[in-house]
Design a protein around this ligand. Structure first.
Ligand code: GLN
Length: 305
C-alpha cells in the first residue's frame, strides 16, 4: 500500500499547480500549493501514508460531519432531523439557500455553512466555549490524537473576514431558526473550522465512520452505528457541495472537503482516507486531492456503486 500511495502522490503532484489556495480567509493564503499528502487507515488498523501526510492544516468544513455526529449524540436523530434537513443543496458551501419569503429547516443541509452554523446551537453545553470544547474533545477521540487544538491565527482571520457567514447566521435568526446570540454561535463555528489536523487525523476519523462507530484495532464503540449511517449518507449526497454529483461519479465514496485543502473519504467497511493539498478547484475542493482519490479508488475498486 505504501508503494502505491507514493506512486500516486508523485503522479498527481504536477496537478497541485492547477489549484488555487483559498484567499478569502487571509491566513489560509499562506499555504504551499505544491504540497500533496495522503494517509489511509484500514478497518484492521493498518496505517499507510505518502507525501506531506504529516503537514498540519485547519480542518475547515471537515468539522461538519463531526458537528453533525455530536448533534446526533446529544439530541437523537428525530430532533436533529427536524431542525436541519438532509436534501442535497447542489449549491456552493456558502450559498444563501433562500429562494422565497420562507427559510425552513428543510432547506438546510448539515454539510453546508447555514446548516452547520445552526448545528452549533444543538450541541449541549452551558456556554458556547463549553460546546466548542466538547466538539474538540470528540474530534480528538475520533482522531485518537489528544493534542488537537484550535489555530488562533486562522480563527481570528476568519472572524475578521467572515461577513458572509455572519449574514447567514443573522438570516437564520430573522427566520426564527436560530435562537441564540448569532455572534456567540459564529464564534463557535469559526473556532471549530480552525482546528488543526493532518492527514493521519482525517484518516482515523474517516475510519470510525467506515466501521460504523468503532475504533480499530480495539473495536471500541465510540458512537452508535446508526449515526455512522446517517453521517455517511449526508456526506455522499452533499459532502462535496455542488461538486457532489461529479465526485460520486468519479470516486463513489462518502467524503468531505475543506477549504484548508483537506479531504476525508470513507470507504465503508474497508478504510478511512485523509488527503491534503491546498490548491482548490472552483468549487473549493482540493483539486489534486480529488484526482489522487479518483485514481486510488480505481486501483482498489473502492466505489460503493
Ligand atoms: N470556515 C470556512 C467557511 O465557513 C469553511 C468552508 C469550507 O471549508 N468549505 O467559509
Amino acid at each position: 500500500m505504501d508503494a502505491l500511495l507514493e506512486k500516486l502522490v508523485e503522479e498527481n503532484r504536477p496537478f497541485t499547480r492547477e489549484g488555487r489556495v483559498a484567499g478569502y480567509i487571509p491566513e489560509l493564503a499562506k499555504a504551499d500549493r505544491d504540497e500533496l499528502g495522503i494517509c489511509v487507515v484500514s478497518s484492521d488498523g493498518r496505517i499507510s501514508s505518502a507525501g506531506e501526510y504529516g503537514r498540519t492544516f485547519t480542518i475547515q468544513s471537515i468539522i461538519k460531519p463531526i458537528l453533525l455526529l455530536l448533534a446526533l449524540m446529544d439530541n437523537g436523530e428525530d430532533t436533529v432531523r427536524a431542525r436541519v434537513g438532509v436534501e442535497a443543496t447542489g449549491k456552493p458551501f456558502d450559498a444563501i439557500n433562500y429562494t422565497d419569503q420562507a427559510l425552513l429547516s428543510e432547506h438546510l443541509n448539515p454539510m453546508v455553512n447555514m446548516g452547520a452554523i445552526l448545528l452549533c446551537t444543538l450541541i449541549h453545553g452551558t456556554s458556547y466555549p463549553q460546546r466548542l470544547e466538547r466538539l474538540l474533545e470528540l474530534t480528538r477521540r475520533l482522531a485518537g490524537n489528544p493534542s488537537l487544538s484550535v489555530d488562533e491565527a486562522v480563527y481570528r482571520s476568519e472572524k475578521q473576514t467572515g461577513s458572509r457567514n455572519r449574514a447567514m447566521a443573522f438570516l437564520l435568526e430573522s427566520c426564527g431558526l436560530l435562537h441564540d446570540d448569532p455572534e456567540e454561535v459564529l464564534d463557535c463555528y469559526f473556532r471549530a473550522c480552525s482546528i488543526r489536523v493532518d492527514c493521519r487525523d482525517l484518516a482515523h476519523i474517516a475510519c470510525t465512520f467506515a466501521v460504523r462507530g468503532r475504533r480499530p484495532p480495539s473495536g471500541e464503540q465510540l458512537f452508535p452505528a446508526r449515526y455512522a449511517h446517517y453521517v455517511n449518507a449526508v456526506l455522499m449526497t452533499c459532502g462535496m457541495y455542488n461538486g457532489s454529483g461529479d465526485f460520486a461519479v468519479k470516486v463513489g465514496l462518502p467524503a468531505k472537503s475543506g477549504v484548508g485543502g483537506g479531504i476525508m473519504a470513507v470507504s465503508p467497511a474497508r478504510m478511512g482516507i485523509g488527503i491534503y493539498s491546498p490548491g482548490l478547484d472552483e468549487k473549493g475542493n482540493s483539486l489534486a486531492g480529488i484526482r489522487l482519490l479518483e485514481q486510488l479508488g480505481r486501483r482498489l475498486s473502492l466505489s460503493i456503486f
